[in-house]
Design a protein around this ligand. Structure first.
Ligand SMILES: [Zn+2]
Length: 232
């Protein structure tokens, strides 16, 4: 990895907690909830968000933003639910089927994310550390319901498998080309990548847990609350 990128990663690790523990978080949340999403070109498809566990109850959930166990140290989701647009959800079910045949099951950390939450991430992060958070002026693929953050659980013992670093860790260990740490952890990371890419998901170079589905350009940025999505 280029030296500059390594240095940037180190700086991010040092800088982020200062902003993330901001006493201003309640104000940042209130302002984001009241803000209007950007006006973007009309999407080609109407939203069709589905609860992925309705399609496949064997999918595991560990929705960190529905708890305080995340980089903000605060709960921002009102429900621990994973919604994706239907083509992405159906592709994820196929990935899970393939992985179960190999002794693993997917565990989801995040999926559809309302736009206002992306704005909270941005506003709560110091400007120098914003390389790892999406700009709310453009919205993110999570806001379109076509991105998913996930890892693997071993079916034999029910435990999450080792990965090169932690979910949402802002360091070079998160990069897909990171060659440090135990070989077994890198093999788990690469197994997840192979299985996801086989079903139309694209990996992100700097976050081993994040995948975008190929249908994302067809959907718009959404600011729907989980409660407004419905039960299908
Ligand atoms: Zn993500």
């Amino acid at each position: 990895m280029p030296l500059l990128r390594s240095l940037r990663s180190l700086l991010l690790v040092a800088a982020l907690p200062l902003g993330a523990q901001s006493a201003d978080l309640p104000r940042i949340i209130a302002q984001a909830r009241a803000a209007a999403p950007p006006v973007l070109p009309q999407p080609r498809r109407a939203p069709d968000l589905v609860d992925v566990t309705r399609l496949d109850p064997s999918l595991r959930l560990d929705l960190r933003y529905a708890t305080a166990d995340n980089f903000l140290h605060a709960q921002v989701y009102t429900q621990a639910k994973a919604f994706l647009q239907r083509p992405a959800a159906e592709a994820l079910v196929r990935v899970n089927r393939d992985l179960k045949a190999r002794g693993y099951v997917l565990r989801i950390h995040d999926a559809y994310r309302p736009w206002w939450v992306t704005k909270v991430f941005w506003d709560a992060t110091p400007p120098a550390s914003r390389a790892y958070v999406a700009d709310p002026a453009r919205g993110s693929i999570h806001n379109r319901g076509c991105a998913v953050d996930l890892d693997l659980v071993n079916l034999a013992d029910g435990q999450p498998v080792s990965m090169p670093g932690d979910y949402d860790e802002m360091s070079e260990r998160s990069h897909l080309d990171y060659q440090g740490g135990p070989a077994e952890a890198r093999q788990h990371r690469d197994l997840l990548r192979t299985a996801m890419e086989a079903q139309g998901f694209k990996a992100l170079a700097e976050e081993w847990w994040h995948y975008d589905h190929a249908s994302s350009p067809e959907y718009g940025v959404l600011n729907l609350a989980f409660e407004a999505i419905g039960g299908h």
